[in-house]
Ligand binder design. Structure first.
Ligand code: ADP
Length: 266
């Protein structure tokens, strides 16, 4: 009976008062319920998928219009007047809203497996180089030097696009939360099971009580509200690493700096 149930071929054969008949009909009901639960889950997933693409599609036009009209308005205003300053605020908030919608759509696509993470065994060097290249301009603006120290043979099992995004988020934070002229180091270390990519900075650091909170959705420390960001970066990093069979750890000391360690399976 169990084997037939697993193969999806189970049919009741006894219709009498015997114990076997009772077991058979319960087994049948159980199989029906689990098939139903699976179907409901699929329908729910399809609904979420539809909802997400509606949100991302329907907000595109109003967002583009807000940007366009504020651009037109800025051409009419004197550059250093009060109105121009207020308009600047509107433009900055519109940009933040656009970023937020994009990040939320991406996150929920990732969570509902609409966007797939496909880890494959690859060289780590090109991954680090392109993540560093992406952040270089921002780092230069703050005169921050990014150093790579790595085991050149390092290989790990990861999805190139998503892991690059995760590393970019870590580097972006390292640059954002570090003082001008400081240094950021990205390094690798190989263990029996893991390839660890570490991103270290000499920035503001994170207190022990704060550490469990920083991976939560929308968490931002009070002191960093003036920096750009919406508090979704580290949540996304953790989600990506989990999907690759890895995990993230952080060591930090307030006022001295932080090291984020990404564990990727080898
Ligand atoms: P965001 O940077 O947009 O605020 P994140 O999810 O990337 O969002 O980070 C959450 C919070 O964790 C940040 O607001 C900041 O308080 C803290 N944090 C993250 N990275 C660092 C870092 N390298 N140094 C100090 N604090 C950090």
């Amino acid at each position: 009976m169990l084997d037939e149930g697993i193969r999806g071929e189970f049919e009741e054969s006894k219709y009498d008062e015997s114990e076997l008949s009772k077991v058979e009909s319960k087994w049948k009901r159980f199989l029906q319920d689990s098939a139903m639960a699976k179907q409901n889950l699929e329908t729910e997933k399809a609904n979420i998928k539809g909802l997400i693409s509606d949100i991302s599609h329907q907000t595109k036009t109003p967002m583009a219009n807000i940007k366009l009209y504020s651009e037109l308005l800025s051409e009419q205003l004197e550059e250093d007047g009060m109105e121009a300053e207020l308009l600047g605020q509107i433009q900055a908030q519109a940009q933040k809203l656009e970023f937020l919608i994009q990040a939320l759509t991406k996150l929920s696509r990732l969570e509902t497996n609409i966007l797939e993470v496909v880890p494959v065994k690859s060289q780590v060097k090109p991954l680090l180089e392109s993540a560093v290249e992406e952040i270089r301009k921002k780092a230069e603006k703050k005169e921050i030097q990014i150093k790579i120290e790595m085991d050149f043979e390092a290989e790990a099992v990861f999805d190139r696009k998503w892991t690059e995004e995760a590393l970019y988020n870590l580097l972006d934070n390292a640059v954002k939360y570090s003082p001008t002229g400081s240094e950021v180091l990205i390094s690798t270390k190989l263990y029996e099971m893991w390839c660890v990519i570490a991103v270290s900075d000499r920035g503001r650091g994170i207190s022990e009580e704060e550490i469990p909170k920083i991976f939560g959705r929308f968490y931002r420390a009070k002191e960093v509200q003036q920096e750009e960001g919406v508090g979704i970066g580290l949540y996304l990093v953790r989600e990506i690493l989990q999907k690759e069979g890895g995990f993230i750890k952080v060591n930090s000391e307030v006022g001295k700096g932080s090291t984020f360690l990404c564990y990727l399976p080898r």
